[in-house]
Structure formats: structure tokens, C-alpha cells
Design a binder for this molecule. Structure first.
Ligand SMILES: Cc1cc2nc3c(=O)[nH]c(=O)nc-3n(C[C@H](O)[C@H](O)[C@H](O)COP(=O)(O)O)c2cc1C
Length: 265
């Protein structure tokens, strides 16, 4: 089994997040033989923020000025049977370099490729912010095709207390078993209503960008996605699909008539 680790912390493998991921990998190795590839998002030279040229969408990912520097991360994800995305919590969400990593791969929202590959999400914090960090990561990587098989948020300072440490150890045991099972069982979970809405929104984006560049639309044409309800052959629930279709119609009408309301919370 090949496991890719994306580590979103300036403290690298020796920091708290790295240590929690290591403890998870030790437990996975007790169950199965694994090869592990690790990249730290702080080591990827992607620049301070995405240049926002959209060349990745219109001309292809290789047209990004940072494509070469990001290629180890892309290769890690392409080769993995399972990816562990792990981040330190910074200011109640993921770290800046983890977000930068996610932004680099925004083209995967238009051209997702990781269906059937499970992901495990890990965050560490002093005490708060796991919900936002892990919630965001769940949504972001789902748009690339991954599905989250399990997640764990750990408070670093708490590890010094034996009762908390014992609970974390138990959670790591369970997470390791979940991770190994997710790869062995394979398959793709049935798409949720939110997934189906995501599919339709991506289709809308790709359709409306057809005139800006052929890359996204060609990817969808090749896969027959313009005529589909979902990216894979996974069973699409009728009610969920009807709800997603309704949301799509509303979005389309809002765009066409300018009747969409600005967001006010
Ligand atoms: C800039 C910064 C912001 C942080 N923000 C939070 C936070 O919002 N909530 C929290 O509980 N801990 C916060 N922390 C603490 C880290 O999340 C925590 O120490 C984490 O385990 C560090 O992991 P690492 O050693 O892998 O980098 C912050 C740390 C830094 C450096």
C-alpha cells in the first residue's frame, strides 16, 4: 500500500502534527506493509499566493508558473492508494501553506481525478479550530475526487496528560484500522446531495469557461460528464439528484437573470 502524506506545518515531520501522523503510520504498519511519501507544504515553493492567472484552467496545469515546483505533490497524490492531509491549526483554520497548497490545485475542482482514493485528515492545535480546519479540508479535497474515510483533531498540550493521551492512542488505533480498511475495501461512497450539487456547479463553471480555453471542457467531453449526473458509476440517489437539479436550476436562473442575491450572512 502506498501512502502519501501532505504535511501542512513549518515544523515538518518533527512537529506535533508530524508526530501524530507518524503515530498513525506506525499503527498502519502493524496491519499492512506500506510505503510512505511525505511532502511538507512549507517546502513547496509556490509563491506567497496563487498568481490567479487561471492558466491552469484555460491552458492546463503545466501552464501554471509554479507547475514544476508543485509536481512532487501532484506525483505523490497520483501514486497514492491513500493520502493523509495533515495540518497545524493556525488562527482557527488550516495553516497558510496548506491553504496555498489547496489553492495551487484549484484546477482539480474543474478536472477532478482522485475518485476512489480515500483520504485521512489530521489536525493538531493548542485547543481549538479542528472543526474549521478539517471541515474545510474535507470539502476541498472532495472536489478533487478524494473521499474522507476518517479524521482526527488532536490538542498537542493535552498529550502530556495520560487520560487524554490514552484517548488519542485509541482514536489513532481506530483511524489506522479505518485507513487500511478503506484501501482494502476500495470503492467510492455514494455521492451525497452536496457532492451532486458540487458536480453540477463544476459543470456550470466548465461550460461557461469553454470559450476561455478548451482544456476543462475537453476533459469533460472525453469522460462524457456533460451528459452524466455524477463523475463515476457510483449509484446516484434519485431524491438527492432531484434536489441537486433544483439547486442547479436556481443558480442558472440567478446568473441568467441577475436575480441572485448578494451574500449577507
Ligand atoms: C500562527 C499560529 C496560530 C495558531 N492558531 C491556533 C488556533 O487558532 N487554535 C489553536 O488551538 N492553536 C493554534 N496554534 C497552535 C498550533 O496549532 C499547535 O501548536 C500545533 O499543534 C502546532 O503543530 P506543528 O508543531 O505541527 O506546527 C497556532 C500556532 C501558530 C504558530
Amino acid at each position: 500500500m502506498r501512502v502519501g502524506v501532505v504535511l501542512g506545518t513549518g515544523h515538518g515531520e518533527k512537529g506535533t502534527t508530524g508526530m501524530v501522523v507518524d503515530a498513525l503510520i506506525v499503527r498502519m504498519r502493524e496491519r499492512v506493509e506500506i510505503e510512505v511519501d511525505v511532502i511538507c507544504t512549507d517546502d513547496l515553493v509556490l509563491g506567497p499566493s496563487c498568481p490567479a492567472c487561471l492558466a491552469c484552467m484555460t491552458a492546463g496545469e503545466q501552464a501554471c508558473p509554479n507547475a514544476d515546483n508543485a509536481s512532487p505533490a501532484r506525483e505523490l497524490m497520483d501514486a497514492a492508494d491513500l493520502v493523509i492531509f495533515a495540518t497545524a491549526v493556525h488562527s482557527f483554520t488550516l495553516s497558510a501553506t496548506m491553504k496555498r497548497f489547496v489553492d495551487h490545485f484549484a484546477y482539480l475542482i474543474h478536472r477532478p481525478r482522485y475518485f476512489g482514493t480515500p483520504a485521512i485528515l489530521v489536525s493538531t492545535a493548542a485547543g481549538a479550530g479542528h472543526d474549521a480546519a478539517l471541515g474545510y479540508l474535507t470539502t476541498a479535497i472532495r472536489r478533487w475526487g478524494f473521499h474522507t474515510a476518517g479524521q482526527l483533531g488532536v490538542n498537542g498540550p493535552g498529550l502530556a496528560k495520560a487520560p487524554y493521551r490514552a484517548k488519542v492512542d485509541r482514536a489513532l488505533d481506530e483511524l489506522a484500522a479505518t485507513a487500511v480498511r478503506a484501501v482494502h475495501d476500495g470503492g467510492e461512497p455514494a455521492p451525497t446531495t452536496s457532492d451532486l450539487i458540487g458536480f453540477r456547479v463544476a459543470r456550470l463553471l466548465v461550460e461557461s469557461g469553454r470559450s476561455d480555453g478548451p482544456v476543462d471542457a475537453a476533459y469533460w467531453d472525453e469522460r462524457g460528464w456533460f451528459e452524466a449526473d455524477w463523475f463515476t458509476g457510483a449509484k446516484v440517489g434519485r431524491v438527492r439528484n432531484a434536489v441537486a437539479a433544483l439547486v442547479e436550476r436556481r443558480i442558472r436562473t440567478g446568473i441568467e437573470n441577475g436575480s441572485a442575491k448578494p451574500y449577507t450572512g
